[in-house]
Design a protein around this ligand. Structure first.
Ligand SMILES: Nc1ncnc2c1ncn2[C@@H]1O[C@H](COP(=O)(O)OP(=O)(O)O)[C@@H](O)[C@H]1O
Ligand SMILES: O=C(CO)[C@@H](O)[C@H](O)COP(=O)(O)O
Length: 497
């Protein structure tokens, strides 16, 4: 048996699968979030550890198996968060997260510091957006110099969990490619951006962990970790990766031609590529995959965090989202909502707020407002998706993340994109990706290597009941609603969709 763990923004999930990738059991535990009006979004790394232990124990109980029989595990984690450890290995402060927009001024200063976007692109193959790890380090130096001086180790969320599990601090290419101090073409740390922060003293470079290959084993569980999770100290830990990289593995997106959209706290769209992808406008994040290649990706900061918030502001539980979609027509009666409640990364509007356009006395209903929010979130990702596909429309999309549980939302994405929507059985693609990567690493370690593509091919099944086909009759209404969304974006923010 293999175990996948996914530390998302709202919670940690765990999934146990057998050798054929079939789901045996799942667990879940929610996270708190520190949110401040200035855009700060933070979590204590210790919360992730506690949630991981609860989710894994829940999955073991759900599967009715012995945790001691789990051979290997892989950890998927929200990208870009900054975990800083002191000389004792303790976390210095809460981690600033991928959706923290407080560091927008530091990001701007760093882009200018290296000579502008073109210089970044030349040197690293990537231009940092607010939310990437690098601006959090400059923020720490400027705002908490005592904490900055105590830094001895810099880790991403999933690397921190691997460190907690094994005692070994390492990083792998996929998640590292979202830091802003990694050369995405050559797959090595790039210290020039760190020099801008520490004056070239090498202080920050010395805190970077060793980079390992995606099919490497980090180590096995410490006695403390094995006890906390209910596993054996023989259990191996694979390299893991960013949640999108692991979602890619969990949807078989390890070869060209597969497209995945995740509706989690963020909405993302990504597809595997053999070569690094360039995008002069900077909408596409040209990340590495955690399977060997690259993973060009579009990420918007506002997805189920804002749809869930609107539903609860109206006093309902999440089931109301599907009810509202079912009770309304495409276009939300003429309402258009730009859902940038937490600033936005794609397009690059870190200090933006949400906007509602087209309100009339005949369309002011809770249901239309929820639909307008869901449409705004969906258009942000479906409208930008062509950029990762060289301008093409996909025929089929793997839909994952919490939002994929809503049948009317799946239908909306099918109708608005013109693609067939499929959902992997077991739902939790990030967890499944972790488990499959663990299988890949364990096979290599045992001297019986198997290509990841073959493991994915035989392990990923679709949940046929959740497939949605596009209805051409609704396409025109969505094209019209998207036109209004694009128009609002241009008029309010001067940005072309
Ligand atoms: N049936 C549903 N309909 C719509 N949204 C849902 C449904 N079930 C869950 N969600 C949304 O998914 C969110 C969790 O998504 P998830 O992918 O687990 O987020 P993350 O990985 O960022 O923690 C919930 O907070 C909720 O808003
Ligand atoms: O920043 C990104 C991708 O670049 C986000 O996708 C985070 O990785 C958070 O993921 P979820 O919590 O939405 O799964």
């Amino acid at each position: 048996m293999f175990l996948g763990i996914d530390c998302g923004t709202q919670g940690t999930k765990a999934l146990i699968v057998d050798d054929a990738g079939r789901t045996l059991g799942r667990g879940h535990a929610a996270h708190d979030l520190i949110e401040r009006a200035n855009g700060a979004r933070e979590q204590e790394p210790s919360w992730w550890v506690a949630a991981m232990a609860a989710a894994v124990r829940g999955a073991i109980a759900d599967a009715g198996v012995s945790g001691r029989d789990i051979v290997a595990l892989g950890v998927s984690g929200q990208q870009h968060g900054l975990v800083v450890l002191d000389e004792t290995g303790a976390s210095i402060r809460p981690a600033k997260l991928w959706n923290d927009t407080e560091t927008a001024p530091q990001n701007e200063a760093l882009i200018a510091g290296l000579g502008g976007a073109a210089a970044w692109f030349d040197q690293l193959g990537i231009v940092p957006r607010t939310g990437y790890t690098i601006s959090k380090l400059l923020w720490l130096k400027e705002n908490e110099p005592d904490n900055f001086r105590r830094i001895r180790r810099i880790l991403l969320p999933h690397d921190y969990l691997n460190y907690w599990l094994t005692g070994r601090a390492v990083a792998e290419y996929g998640d590292a490619s979202g830091t802003g101090f990694f050369d995405i073409r050559r797959r090595v740390w790039a210290t020039a951006p760190l020099d801008l922060i520490d004056g070239g003293s090498g202080f920050l470079a010395a805190a970077l962990p060793e980079l390992i290959a995606p099919d490497a084993v980090v180590g096995s569980l410490t006695a403390v970790a094995a006890e906390a999770l209910g596993l054996s100290t023989r259990c191996l830990v694979s390299a893991g990766g960013g949640d999108n990289m692991m979602g890619a593995i969990g949807t078989g997106n390890v070869r060209a031609g597969v497209v995945t959209i995740s509706l989690g706290t963020s909405a993302t769209a990504y597809c595997y590529a053999e070569e690094p992808v360039t995008d002069a406008d900077g909408w596409v994040a040209p990340f590495c995959s955690s399977s060997g290649g690259w993973l060009p990706l579009i990420c918007t900061m506002n997805a189920t965090n804002v749809t869930g918030r609107m539903v609860s502001a109206f006093g309902h539980d999440i089931g109301f989202l599907s009810e509202a979609l079912a009770a309304t027509l495409p276009g939300a009666g003429g309402l258009t909502l730009l859902p940038f409640l937490n600033g936005e990364r794609t397009p690059d509007l870190p200090t933006a707020t949400g906007s509602l356009v087209g309100l009339r006395s005949d369309n002011l209903t809770q249901e239309n407002l929820v639909r307008a929010m869901v449409e705004g979130v969906s258009f942000g990702v479906t409208g930008a998706m062509r950029r990762i596909l060289g301008g093409r429309d996909p025929d089929r999309i793997f839909l994952v993340g919490g939002g994929a549980r809503s049948a009317p939302w799946r239908q909306l994405i099918a109708d608005a994109s013109g693609a067939e929507i499929v959902v992997p059985a077991g739902e939790e693609a990030g967890c499944l990706g972790g488990a499959l990567q663990a299988m890949w690493a364990a096979r290599r370690e045992a001297g019986t290597p198997e290509p990841l593509s073959a493991i994915a091919e035989r392990s990923i099944a679709l949940d046929a009941d959740k497939t949605m086909r596009p209805d051409p009759a609704r396409r025109a209404a969505y094209d019209d609603a998207f036109g209004r969304y694009a128009d609002a974006l241009r008029r309010i923010y001067g940005v072309r969709a």
